[in-house]
Design a protein around this ligand. Sequence first.
Ligand SMILES: O=C(O)CCc1cccc(O)c1
Length: 534
Amino acid sequence: MIHDRYQLAFKLYPYARSADQDADAPVRHPVVVLGGGPVGIATALDLGLQGIPVVVLDDHEGIGQGSRAICFAKRSLEIAHRYGCGQAMLDKGIIWNLGKVFHDDRKVFEFNLLPEEGHRFPAFINLQQPYFERFLVERVRQAQAEGAPIEIRGRNRVDQVEVSDGGALLTVATPEGPYTIEADWLIGADGASSPLRGMMGLDFDGRVFEDSFLIADIRMVNDDFPTERWFWFEPHFKSGASTLLHRQPDGIWRVDFQIGWDVDRKTELQEENVRARLDAMLGDVEYEIVWTSIYTFQCRRMKKFRHNRVIFAGDAAHQVSPFGARGANSGMQDVDNLGWKLGAVIRGEAPETLLDSYDTERVHGADENILNSTRSTDFITPKSKVSHTFRNAVLDLAETNAFARPLVNSGRLSVPCTYDGSTLNTPDALEGGPARTRPGSPCPDAPVSDGFLLDGLGHGFKLLAVNTEVPQGALPVVSVSTESDPEGALAQRYLGDATTAVYLIRPDQHVAARWSSYDAQAVSEALSRAMGKV
Ligand SMILES: O=C(O)CCc1cccc(O)c1
């Protein structure tokens, strides 16, 4: 029997009997993904679009209710765009770049997350997680129709895993009884409480935060709040020790109230108690409560994300607080990193050890997210009288003194990390090159003659030639000229003080190497290193 753990927002992959259930012996698949959330489906899309057969197993038949993650960062949209569904997300989402911070009844300061032009995507969109997931699944359906070997099996719950050097044997429960399948590679994208992690006896290291937040998603018409992120420390309306406000599509607003550790959840979630907080905040405004929930959080990660042929991604591997929106967004960066590496290993183009770099690079990313998340949580919820006094002094100072503003931390919002020190990087050889595009960096977008740079980079290794000639050879070349960008964004992001540049770009659009001119031997060595062959 398979019980629902939650209600569905969209039923997208109803149970259907698979031929594997009637096979005499367990059928073997190159990749099995556990979990049909954003990370699992994006992994399937990434691999399926490379032509690698993937089976996704999920114990539900679609996407769970509740808006949950609502802030999707520029990098997630760029990744989704490469998969073919970023524009649909952008069209539905609420675009925002600006954040405002308040203390009591005063505005302390505001910040712009994307203070420069020349990017296809904004710093953030707000979009309910069910929509984000639905766009991914709809793209899977389209890709399947075009021949991508992706299968999503709803109401398939993995109850047992036997891991071996060559992969894993899975026992899968279905409404028609259990069956077994084998996987060369098993991806654990089964969420924060990952049953796979439990079955393998693996655990987390990290910190539990003793505080609770009440989420209320409400439908209201209120143009007094613009499309910005508003964060109040100790708000004058006293609905919580802090309060966060975001606008979502469909006239919905997300309010997070910090309500303390020692709370009775049932009482707090009673409608009259939720309304009391909202009324104090909103005054004489009509609204309808759409969804409420209480969350606590932890900042933690698994020691290792790769366990031979089993690889963990997203919340199954690492968790942070919601502040900074680093949860779902870092999961998308995991997929971006894993997809091309696993594809190259399965095709026999790279050694299996390339996947160790997934571990080191994404552990590095998780540590950066955990550090940021921990710092913002400590600032939002000071743990002693002294730190509370210090925190409020910083807020007071920041109101009139710009130097204090970087110390205010209501959540540092998600940006992709730079893989400094990665063994896949070749030492920087572009004299005068900008720091933001040093080896290991995610490529910033830029305007080019026919649109945006990242569209041209697409998937697969590329050579990016800026103001110079590179012969077509083993790698596709993307040639751009700063003449086509009178505003100078391309030059600023990719040349700095140099006049010409050649970049080796990885399939996840991170810089692997850069030089001032083309040198076939140097490119060939850098490519080998980026494929984990050196
Ligand atoms: O603005 C932020 O820092 C994140 C907002 C957010 C993200 C996910 C859930 C949630 O309740 C708030």
